[in-house]
Write a protein that binds this ligand. Structure first.
Ligand code: C2E
Ligand code: MG
Ligand code: MG
Ligand code: MG
Length: 278
């Protein structure tokens, strides 16, 4: 009896697995096509200085413009792209496009700030990553100090000598480094010190929990205190309310990013937004 049931179970599992792999396979082939046709877009979300409440940076956020599904959010395709080794190729496109767009924006005279680009682990860990970034800066004309790279704790904790060397080289070249989603991974504070981060981005989950749990307030205050001690600037992610903003300003956070300030926008819309605000 048990044997029969077990067999049925395996068959069901087998079928689910086959369906899932067919889904992944279809997604992959559409993604490969999207890469060759460059069917991606970057939307930009402004970051604001907490003292002046003026824009002081922006983050490039990737979207896939798919013929069938329209605009696809990053969490719908980045995991699969990562698993199948497509992210470094996409990432190179992202860096170039973000540099170009920031040059365009600077030339409008509306805003002259740093553009932050998210970098996945395999790309950041490539030997020659720094040379690649340098080459993209030269070919787009963007000054090094107008580019910032965001990596997550997972990348930073990769103990390879390559990651350490890349972080040193970026620092020497004047390219800034930010740690994204800080507080939800496993950071060793020693590693944090060694990697020359200019900025810590406090993960959105702590910001959204500020008035739901006392511990999130304590965590945010502790992160801000540590960052100050290490001379790193801080950005609060996902600021959605006036109350969150007030708390973060009072606590000494340097910058804020979130729907309360501005949503991510395609470049033409961002330019329009800035014009209207002038
Ligand atoms: P992230 O780097 O932490 O980016 C911030 C995410 O929070 C963005 O989601 C942004 O739209 C969202 N967000 C901003 N303000 C608010 C807010 O006030 N409330 C809420 N609920 N959300 C807010 P998005 O664009 O869907 O990106 C998700 C993640 O995908 C990013 O998280 C990043 O890890 C990854 N990603 C995006 N673009 C790229 C890229 O070019 N390369 C790589 N490797 N990863 C990327
Ligand atoms: Mg980011
Ligand atoms: Mg983040
Ligand atoms: Mg986040």
């Amino acid at each position: 009896q048990a044997k029969v049931e077990g067999g049925g179970c395996i068959r069901l599992f087998d079928q689910a697995l086959r369906e899932r792999s067919e889904q992944v396979y279809r997604l992959l082939s559409r993604l490969r096509k999207a890469i060759s046709l460059e069917q991606f877009e970057l939307h930009y979300q402004l970051q604001f200085d907490m003292q002046t409440l003026q824009p002081c940076g922006m983050e490039a956020l990737l979207r896939w413009r798919d013929g069938v599904n329209g605009l696809v959010a990053p969490d719908q395709f980045i995991p699969v792209a990562l698993e199948y080794g497509l992210m470094p190729t996409i990432g190179r496109w992202v860096i170039r496009q973000a540099c170009k767009d920031n040059m365009t924006l600077i030339e409008t005279g509306l805003l002259d700030v740093v553009v932050a680009v998210n970098i996945c682990a395999p790309l950041f860990s490539e030997a020659g990553f720094c040379a690649l970034v340098h080459q993209l800066l030269v070919s787009t004309g963007l000054p090094a100090e107008r580019l910032e790279l965001e990596i997550t704790e997972g990348v930073a904790m990769n103990s390879s000598a390559q990651v350490l060397q890349t972080s040193d080289e970026l620092h020497e070249a004047g390219i800034r480094l930010a740690m994204d989603d800080f507080g939800i991974g496993f950071s060793s504070l020693n590693r944090l010190k060694k990697l020359r981060f200019d900025k810590l981005k406090i993960d959105r989950s702590f910001v959204s929990g500020l008035f739901e749990s006392r511990s999130d307030q304590a965590i945010v205050q502790a992160i801000l205190g540590m960052a100050k001690g290490l001379s790193m600037r801080t950005v609060a992610e996902g600021v959605e309310t006036e109350e969150q903003l007030a708390f973060l300003r009072e606590a000494g956070c340097s910058q804020g990013q979130g729907f309360w300030f501005a949503r991510p926008m395609p470049l033409p819309e961002l330019i329009e937004w800035l014009r209207e605000r002038r």
